[in-house]
Design a binder for this molecule. Structure first.
Ligand code: LRH
Ligand code: MN
Length: 406
């Protein structure tokens, strides 16, 4: 009783990268700039394409509006295609405008709620230009003090706003709703947990799905249980993968708790939800505050691949019979055997079969792309969580071994 060859499933796996991971990011204490950081969405997409170039499994880049505002989304889409990638989920942003101090879709002020709905309708228009399937909504909405607002009334306002946004989607689109148990609100968050997100998704319709960000749970939460439950009801739309030691640290996925990532991917494989047709969008949502961003994204993609490979090596027949016979230690041992398997040689072999270098991080370092963009990206304003960058597309001249002169 052995597990099937995991390579076909691994070769079919895709991981979507966040444009904002390539820009400057930080904490309330400091945002450190780094040399060569992109100055606009075109350069962010070019950096993301490097991750796909060396891993072969990161063909999509999700955008965040207005961080990735451009005049010509069809042009950005073409730019991405020329680099071998496509544009993924469109993330709305109703958490940085002064009007949203007391909330966006949940705000007591109808004018502000209107503004927030309009922003989402604009994001839906952008999805049509970028060819994106998912509208990803995370709301910072919440309260800092008991009594500040009516908890139930806010849910009614939220449902009303989401319904108008959902109605604007095309049949090819999905609304994916992210929850987070706290921050920036410190007393109550309007979408704090998977249950609240699921309730709103069920009320909206079948193309409304839950986003599970692995950094958005109270310490000690059994995240793989939530994964199993959402898959059971067919409402797990996407992951925002990252890892954390304390709060929403947005560290590299698998860095803080590789065993948790394995347990999550084990539920995915057990539910046969790794297949692209199963509709779960595996995305990263990370910030590389002090580490070089492109290698960190490459490492993160490799961490997901390793956890997935281990999950695919679980001997499901042996597990089922141990579980059925109440063999507690036996069942746990089946899982631990897979987890303790060194899958790096298998993944190196898979990359070789895909015409890729065995070690993507080393291959990227040898490419010289990192040094090249440092010399080229002189002047302009480095991108970050702040201001809007509008820029014209620049002529693209490919040279040998995949490096591009902008
Ligand atoms: C909120 C969040 C959300 C994004 C943002 C970049 O914490 O996880 O997914 O909009 O980070
Ligand atoms: Mn997230």
């Amino acid at each position: 009783m052995t597990a099937p060859d995991p390579r076909p499933a691994l070769a079919a796996q895709t991981i979507e990268l966040p444009s904002w991971a390539f820009a400057n990011s930080g904490t309330r204490f400091k945002v450190f700039g780094q040399p060569g950081v992109p100055r606009d969405p075109y350069e962010k997409v070019a950096d993301a394409a490097q991750v796909h170039r060396w891993t072969g499994v990161a063909p999509r880049v999700s955008l965040h509006i207005p961080w990735d505002l451009v005049d010509d989304y069809a042009g950005l889409r073409r730019h991405a295609a020329e680099l071998g990638v496509s544009l993924g989920a469109i993330n709305s942003n109703v958490f940085q405008d002064d009007d949203y101090m007391l909330g966006s879709l949940c705000n007591p002020d109808a004018r502000v709620r209107r503004k927030a709905v309009e922003h989402h309708l604009r994001c839906v228009e952008i999805m049509r230009e970028t060819g994106s399937r998912d509208l990803k909504i995370w709301l910072a909405d919440g309260l800092n003090y008991p009594g500040q607002d009516d908890l139930r009334a806010r849910q009614e306002r939220l449902a009303e706003g989401l319904a108008e946004i959902y109605a604007a989607l095309g049949p090819e689109h999905r609304l994916i709703l992210e929850y987070k148990f706290f921050e920036p609100a410190f007393y109550a968050t309007d979408i704090p947990d998977w249950g609240t997100s699921l309730l709103h998704c069920l009320a909206l319709g079948e193309r409304a799905m839950v986003v599970l960000d692995t950094g958005h749970h109270a310490p000690g939460t059994n995240i793989e249980f939530i994964v199993a439950q959402l898959l059971r009801v067919g409402r797990l739309g996407a992951f925002d993968f990252n890892s954390r030691f304390y709060a929403d640290d947005d560290l590299m996925v698998g860095a803080a708790d590789p065993f948790q990532l394995f347990r999550i991917m084990n539920e995915i494989v057990a539910a046969d939800a790794l297949r692209p047709e199963a509709g779960v969008n595996f995305m990263l949502d990370q910030c590389h505050n002090i580490e070089p961003k492109i290698p960190a994204q490459i490492r993160s993609v490799m961490n997901v691949q390793e956890a997935t490979a281990k999950a695919l090596l679980v001997d499901r027949d042996a597990l089922r019979s141990a579980q059925a016979s109440g063999d507690v230690l036996g069942a746990n041992a089946v899982l631990m055997d897979a987890y303790n398997t060194d899958v790096r040689p298998l993944l190196a072999q898979l990359r070789a079969e895909q015409g890729l270098e065995a070690d993507p991080v080393a291959a990227y370092a040898r490419s010289g792309y990192g040094e090249q963009v440092v010399t080229e990206r002189v002047g302009g304003v480095q991108a970050g969580w702040g201001g809007v960058t509008r820029s014209r597309p620049r002529p693209l001249v490919p040279v040998c071994d995949a490096r591009y002169i902008l």
